[in-house]
Structure formats: structure tokens, C-alpha cells
Write a protein that binds this ligand. Structure first.
Ligand code: KG4
Ligand code: ZN
Length: 345
């Protein structure tokens, strides 16, 4: 099935839905121009449980999706009938959450007789820094640092990737969240650890920089989290700001060292950082400085596009359509979408 606007000389109008975890999001893109994007975050709802409760997440997607979709259409001044294609996140993520966005998107595609484009959530993060670049994805190294994933990827172009390394245990965001919990900070810990760290001394505690000399591009953050846990009883009352600052410094040091090494060995001069942890101010500062010294162009999306959103899903769908993607109505959710299946250029 061909997107209705294609061939008529007008870039296709694509609607994307994202419901992989606890954000209900919709976005509209025409060609590569983002027209509107809305996110309803369930953080306040899950906060009292200290983490995302899948059943609660899917129930709230059900409640939020329609208003989020309507607000997005109104924001762009378009009607459902104007759409040329519909996309949704297929995975990875929570099965019962993915199912809602994917089913709604497929239903709209069937009703309108438009192509349905499934999108990989991590590919969405990976390419999000290129959204504001007119040239689109180009030869680069991508670092995805989110709550569920930490990956270093060689990017050759849209759909052409090679996995360089990944975390062997906790994702970077997961480590932030677990340390936040240990310190009694609200869920999710990442932004609270970062805020508390502003008042702390990053050199007060010398936490381990795991796997720095491992000779590969894999990461490990669980030892760092354990080091924080063992330190706490020794320092009552706990110097929370110093723990946050020292922990954050260790995470950032590891990410910067491995990523800059990957850039050197791959011989590319563009770095694209994405995922929720790329909101982190200290991480942005350290990467900015390292890239300046190395003569590398740093691309980081604005914060609203770093955490989960549908704009990044719409962008990948638009790029896939440009490359001739056809409708995949038979696509199912893939909660544990294996990175090896799409990172093998
Ligand atoms: O990309 P994202 O919204 O969801 C996943 O796909 O996982 O990332 C969420 C993660 C959470 O672990 C959250 O704590 C972390 O990103 N995060 C941060 C910051 N803002 C969000 N971590 C450190 N510093 C921040 N400022
Ligand atoms: Zn995400």
C-alpha cells in the first residue's frame, strides 16, 4: 500500500503513537517536519508505587490515548482523514502498554486504508538527535542512555547500524533510579539525583569506574550501585548531595571515556546522544567538553525529545517511508525486541 500523499509531490503526513512504558504519546510529522507532539506522563501515578506497574500503565494508556491523539491533531490543525500513514512503537517495552498504542494505530490505518509502519523504540531514541538536522541521520556514533537500555551504536545511515557495546547489567538510567531509591529520593530517581548533585562534591567519594580498561565498548553499572549501597551505613547521616554528585560523576566518566574511544576507533566525527539520561546536565557538559577537544560534532536532542515521546517514532517512520517501507499490518508487539536483530548493518 502506498502512502496517499506520495507521488503527488507532497511529503506524507504520518501519525505516530508511543506507549512502550508509562508515557502515552502521539506526534504528527510531514516529511521530516514535526508538526505537533503531545505526551501524557504517568510518572505521578506510578510514583507512589516506586516504579511502573504494568497493569496500571495500560489502564492509563487507555484513558489518555484519545485526548492525547485529539490534542495532537488539533495542534497540527489536521484531521485523521488527512493522514498518509500511521506508525506505532512495536517494542521493546511492556507488552500490555505496547499493545494499546499498536492496536489503536493499526485500527486507524485499517479504517483509513493507509500503511501501518511499526517502529523500534530504541531506533527512535537513536535517531532523535538528527530530527533537527536537515541532512538526516549520517555517519556517526550513537549513544543511547535510557532507563531500559545503554548502547553504543555505529550509525551508517537510516536502518544501517552496528552494535559496538551495551550494558551487561543495569542500564545507566536504571542505576540512577536505583541509587535514587537507596537515598529515599522520589521516583524516577534520575532527575532527582541530578538535581541533588548540583549541591554536592563530585570528588567526595571515589566510586568505581567499572570496565574502563575492558578493551571493549560494553558497560556495567550494577557494581557502582552496589558501591553506593555499601557506603551508606558508614556515613550516617548520609551526605546525600555528595553521594549523588560522586555517583553521577562516575557514570558520566564511564560513558564519556568509552564513547570517545569508540569515536576515535571508528574514525567518525559526529556523536548523537539520546535517551532519558541525555537530559542530564553534567553528562551534557562533559560530552560538550570532550567533543570540543576531539573536534567532534555533538548532537543532543532537546530534553523533551530525550525522554519517551512519539516525535522520535514519527521521525523513524517518515525516514522508513522515504526509503520505500511498505505497510506491515501483520506486525505484532515485540516486548523484548532483541537488539541483535536490527543492529547488524
Ligand atoms: O528514555 P526514557 O524516558 O525511557 C526509557 O526508554 O527507559 O528514560 C528514562 C530514564 C529514567 O531512568 C530516568 O531516571 C532517566 O531517564 N533520567 C535521568 C535524567 N532525566 C531522566 N537520569 C539522569 N539525569 C537526568 N536529568
Ligand atoms: Zn525510551
Amino acid at each position: 500500500m502506498k502512502a496517499a500523499g506520495q507521488g503527488a509531490g507532497r511529503a506524507p503526513l504520518v501519525l505516530a503513537l508511543e506507549t512502550s512504558c508509562d508515557e502515552s504519546a502521539a506526534a504528527l510529522i510531514r516529511g521530516r517536519d514535526l508538526l505537533a507532539a503531545e505526551v501524557f506522563s504517568q510518572i505521578a501515578i506510578h510514583g507512589k508505587y516506586g516504579g511502573v506497574v504494568p497493569e496500571v500503565a495500560s489502564r492509563n494508556h487507555l484513558l489518555a490515548l484519545r485526548p492525547v491523539l485529539e490534542a495532537t491533531l488539533a495542534g497540527a490543525g489536521v484531521r485523521l482523514a488527512d493522514l498518509d500513514a500511521v506508525a506505532a512503537t512495536a517494542g521493546p517495552g511492556l507488552a500490555t502498554s505496547l499493545m494499546l498504542g499498536l492496536s489503536l494505530a493499526k485500527g486507524i490505518a485499517v479504517a483509513l486504508r493507509r500503511p501501518f509502519i511499526p517502529v523500534n523504540h530504541i531506533e527512535g531514541h537513536l535517531l532523535s538527535p538528527f530530527l533537527s538536522e536537515t541532512s538526516g541521520p549520517r555517519e556517526s556514533v550513537g549513544l543511547v542512555v535510557s532507563g531500559g537500555h545503554t548502547l553504543l551504536v555505529r550509525i551508517y545511515g537510516t536502518g544501517k547500524y552496528r552494535l559496538l557495546g551495551k550494558t551487561l547489567d543495569d542500564a545507566a538510567g536504571e542505576a540512577f533510579d536505583k541509587v535514587g531509591k537507596l537515598l529515599g529520593l522520589p521516583y524516577p530517581g534520575g532527575p532527582h539525583v541530578a538535581k541533588t548533585a548540583l549541591e554536592g562534591d563530585p570528588r567526595r567519594f571515589n566510586f568505581p569506574r567499572s570496565m574502563l580498561g575492558s578493551g571493549d565498548y560494553d558497560f556495567s553499572f550494577s557494581g557502582l550501585k552496589t558501591a553506593v549501597r555499601y557506603l551508606l551505613p558508614k556515613h550516617a547521616p548520609v551526605p546525600v548531595a555528595d553521594v549523588c554528585a560522586s555517583f553521577q560523576e562516575a557514570v558520566v566518566d564511564i560513558l564519556v571515556a568509552k564513547t570517545m574511544k569508540a569515536l576515535r576507533s571508528e574514525g567518525v566525527d559526529t556523536l548523537a546522544i539520546s535517551g532519558g539520561v541525555s537530559c542530564n546536565i553534567r553528562l551534557r557538559e562533559q560530552f560538550t567538553e570532550a567533543c570540543r577537544v576531539a573536534g567532534v560534532q555533538l548532537l543532543v536532542a532537546p530534553s523533551a525529545l530525550c525522554t519517551d515521546n512519539a516525535a522520535m517514532i514519527a521521525y523513524v517512520a517518515a525516514l522508513k517511508l522515504e526509503n520505500g517501507a511498505v505497510s506491515q499490518l501483520e506486525a505484532e508487539i515485540e516486548p523484548s525486541l532483541n537488539s541483535a536483530r536490527w543492529l547488524n548493518a
